[in-house]
Design a protein around this ligand. Structure first.
Ligand code: SF4
Length: 82
């Protein structure tokens, strides 16, 4: 049985193959399409403090927040968080 963590990002979860592939996708995402590192950190900090985060996923949009927050043209589905 897997545990549910309401405050974890993917980077903090186990070494399951699926999570490894997601982390690889994030690491390899093209630089020209990603937000600057400081903005990425700011976005993830907002997710970490948000009650919608569960197992690295946003309960509002169903996205893994580390993927969504990475992309220049994406935004938080809840107004004004990022
Ligand atoms: S994307 Fe927005 S609503 Fe979803 S977990 Fe992050 S801060 Fe919360």
């Amino acid at each position: 049985m897997s545990m549910i963590c309401r405050k974890c990002l993917l980077a903090e979860l186990g070494e399951d193959e699926y999570f490894i592939s997601l982390r690889r996708y994030i690491a390899d995402y093209p630089a020209e399409k990603r937000v600057p590192d400081d903005e990425y950190s700011r976005r993830l900090a907002a997710c970490k403090a948000c009650e919608r985060l569960t197992n690295g996923m946003c309960a509002l949009c169903g996205c893994y927040v580390e993927l969504r927050a990475l992309k220049i043209n994406e935004h938080c589905p809840e107004n004004n968080k990022w």
